[in-house]
Design a protein around this ligand. Structure first.
Ligand code: ZN
Length: 89
């Protein structure tokens, strides 16, 4: 079959950002999709409202310096994983 549709790779919060660039951010209904610049090597952020339901699609890679997301106040850094804190009573 001719590839009429380009398959878009979606990323989820906590996934590693493959490369710096512009990403389209699709929320779970509560907000229109928007775009943000993310830095390669970091983790995709979560949404304060829909949490892990948000999806990221790479739109365009960018070279050189990338400013971290800023106007996307709705996003928050993905919490670090692996170091489970044991709270002793
Ligand atoms: Zn959201």
């Amino acid at each position: 079959m001719p590839g009429a549709q380009v398959k878009e790779e979606q990323f989820r919060p906590g996934d590693k950002v493959p490369q710096s660039g512009i990403y389209r951010i699709e929320h779970d209904k509560h907000r229109m999709m928007h775009h943000a610049t993310l830095t390669g090597g970091t983790r995709f952020p979560r949404c304060k409202q829909c949490g892990d339901a948000v999806r990221f699609v790479s739109v365009r890679a960018s070279r050189g310096m990338v400013l971290p997301f800023r106007e996307t106040d709705i996003l928050e850094e993905y919490p670090p994983q692996g170091g489970l804190k044991v709270v002793a009573g």
